[in-house]
Design a binder for this molecule. Structure first.
Ligand SMILES: [Zn+2]
Length: 470
């Protein structure tokens, strides 16, 4: 039996392409104050569409400070007793630079070979419109949505969501929901049907090693004072054991070894080291005793992102510098307390520090824990069932090695879980020139969004209750 809602949505695919072109023509670069009009134009297009879809209570949300780019909110409470889903997307885009590497102008969307090119088409305007048009199709055909839906369309995702915690906190009653369904967050690999069930956390800081008050002449002082670059190198070399394990005592506290079931899950993922590393001109390297996917998803890391000090200009300078610097960051896995992991690294550096040097820690980049979607969460079950229905395949459960601020912020402030349900693919040049979105992803995405809403409608509010933490 054909799904009338889906049939309606598919009939209007051309309209969606045109709407995407119109929205992507707005230069909504949140990072650039000169593009403020582009941000406003994008908001107005989205707001007009939400009004036409019969969404209520439309408003712009800001934190208590009333600063930053507002998020757009609207809702339809059509399904008493059914779950309320907070659907997330963002209307801001990355800056288009370098401009001269675009084959067609970044903000003049163009269709070529089954792809739409333009800044923001894949991240996140195309995936956002798929979600909105699937909702619109329910309203058009059935007169209502099968579940209660609140929309939160953010304007600061590409600048690190600085206002989002404040927006969620200030408007927690308005945003109250059973779970979050995100139209943002590209799929891991274009060749693999997958759902993301977790991400690593992160933390970082900067260190300064000092061995003297001023820089010193290497002839007058060489051999009688310490060199801070040498000291810094010793500290950095001491961060890991030769087998790749992080040397800081207590750093692995709380980290669980992969279980047999988790190892089986990883083995089921088609993945080869040569296929992954050859295009990077790199070799596999990391903690001994773990596979590449284990290292990437289940093991924490500690990296030096930059080191500097002394003379680096042209020619030579016979100087013994008096200070040296490094920036360090770590990726954290489930079970690790981010603050404790950071303190373990600092204590380790202090223990390695010789008496003739001092160490200063600054530039704390904050600390975010890893996120794991509960394996039996009803929204995850709905996502898997929807993809199975629309593709005939069972999606693989994958984690990502990077951090997803949205999932962490929603978890921390609202106590809710987030399922990423984007139809962007990871090769679509987001954040780079020639960003594109596949036209074929539109039909695929509409089918999946219609189906996931039907799946959620089969569940009850009570099914979500054990997973709400606020
Ligand atoms: Zn995005």
């Amino acid at each position: 039996m054909t799904d009338q809602v889906l049939a309606h949505a598919l009939d209007r695919q051309r309209h969606l392409v045109d709407a995407l072109k119109a929205l992507a023509a707005c230069p909504s670069v949140g990072a650039d104050p000169a593009m403020a009009q582009g941000m406003e134009d994008a908001r107005r297009i989205i707001e007009a569409r939400l009004d036409a879809m019969g969404f209520k209570d439309r408003q712009r949300l800001t934190p208590a400070t009333r600063t930053g780019q507002p998020a757009i909110f609207a809702q339809r409470q059509d399904a008493p007793g059914k779950p309320t889903i907070l659907v997330y997307a963002h209307y801001d885009v990355q800056p288009p630079d370098p401009m001269d590497e675009w084959q067609s102008p970044a903000f003049e969307p163009e269709e070529r070979d089954g792809r739409i090119y333009g800044r923001g088409v894949s991240d996140d305007k195309g995936p956002m419109l798929i979600a909105l048009e699937a909702l619109a199709a329910f309203v058009a055909v059935e007169g209502k949505l099968p579940v209660n839906v609140k929309l939160l369309i953010e304007g600061e995702e590409e600048t690190g969501s600085p206002s989002l915690p404040g927006i969620l906190d200030r408007h927690r009653a308005l945003l109250a929901a059973d779970a979050v369904l995100s139209a943002d967050g590209a799929r891991w690999r274009p060749d693999l049907l997958a759902v993301n069930v977790g991400s690593r956390g992160n933390a970082g800081f900067e260190i300064r090693v000092r061995t003297a008050g001023p820089d010193l002449h290497s002839g007058r002082y060489g051999g009688i004072v310490a060199n801070p670059l040498h000291v810094l190198s010793t500290l950095v070399a001491g961060l890991h054991h030769p087998d790749g394990r992080i040397a800081a005592a207590g750093f692995y506290d709380g980290v669980a070894e992969p279980t047999a079931a988790e190892r089986d899950g990883l083995d089921a993922i088609p993945f080869s080291d040569p296929g992954f590393f050859t295009p990077l001109s790199a070799q596999p390297h990391g903690e001994a005793g773990y596979s590449t996917l284990e290292r990437l998803w289940m093991r924490p890391t500690l990296d030096v992102n930059g080191m500097w000090g002394g003379y680096t200009g042209a020619g030579s300078k016979t100087v013994i510098p008096h200070e040296a610097f490094a920036k360090l960051t770590m990726r954290l896995v489930p079970g690790q307390d981010p603050e404790a992991a950071k303190q373990a690294v600092i204590a380790h550096l202090e223990a390695l520090l010789p008496a003739h040097a001092t160490l200063e820690v600054s530039g704390d980049t904050g600390a975010t824990g890893a996120y794991t979607l509960p394996p039996d969460h009803p929204l995850l079950a709905a996502a898997i069932a929807a993809l199975r229905h629309t593709t005939g395949q069972t999606p693989l459960r994958v984690r990502i090695g990077a951090s997803l601020p949205l999932t962490e912020i929603v978890d921390r402030v609202l106590g809710l879980d987030t399922v990423m349900f984007s139809f962007a693919l990871s090769d679509e040049n987001f954040h780079a020139p020639n960003e594109f979105f596949r036209v074929s992803s539109i039909a695929e995405g509409l089918a999946a969004w219609v189906q996931i809403l039907r799946q959620i409608a089969l569940s009850q509010v009570a099914d979500f209750a054990p997973y709400r933490r606020a």
